[in-house]
Design a protein around this ligand. Sequence first.
Ligand SMILES: C[S@@+](CC[C@H](N)C(=O)[O-])C[C@H]1O[C@@H](n2cnc3c(N)ncnc32)[C@H](O)[C@@H]1O
Length: 229
Amino acid sequence: MKLYGIGVGPGDPQLLTIRGKRVLEQVDTVFIPGDLAQTIISGYVSASNIVEIQFPMTTDKDKLQKAWQTAADHVVEKTDDKAAFVTIGDPSIYSTFGHLRRALRNNHSTIDIEVIPGVSAATAFASAFDVDVVSGTNLMLAEAPNGTAPTGPDQMVLLKITDVPTTHSKLTEAGYDVWYGRRLFMEDESTVITQNPDDLEDRDYFTLGYARHQDIRFPSIGGGENNGT
Ligand SMILES: C[S@@+](CC[C@H](N)C(=O)[O-])C[C@H]1O[C@@H](n2cnc3c(N)ncnc32)[C@H](O)[C@@H]1O
């Protein structure tokens, strides 16, 4: 049995890779963890080949561990030859697929697993915000749930922002300019890109931020430094 972990990109079906699409068309079963992934692949996979896998909305580690193991058993049970598990963005970046892969390796170690990368929100943000991450500067990927705000690096991409106003006030106090993106590259015109936290007071799972410290020094082409202006 072979299982592909396929990243389907941030939302627009056209950002699914050609390789991901080809594999989706070849496998017998496609396991999906949520509605968005289903919408993205719906043009490429027949509905009868799709099996939804539910994961509990909890932070209880024991419950989650059990759910991943149950999901792994379910995947093995329902697969004859080749199957795929799809995730939004990339399967190796803060993804459910990582948990499933660990559970499969624990109890079903003979399964052949191949990962097909996808366009991650962690990099796609730059195109959406028209930002250049230039050579000579550093960019850190981090999480900022529940009003938290990591600080320190020159630039950060922050995923899982659930309380934009609280995270924003902590970041600005620490000297960062911050841009937020909600539902980037999704087709339903729901995309919001803003620097105003009041635009994003409600909670939406698909929200990220790009924070840039005001003191960042950009290397200039002539070899000196400037502040990017
Ligand atoms: C569990 S992580 C999954 C990341 C995904 N595997 C990837 O590579 O993009 C979910 C977080 O990614 C971010 N995210 C994913 N897709 C997004 C999108 N289209 N627009 C904005 N944020 C997105 C949000 O911060 C969300 O809370």
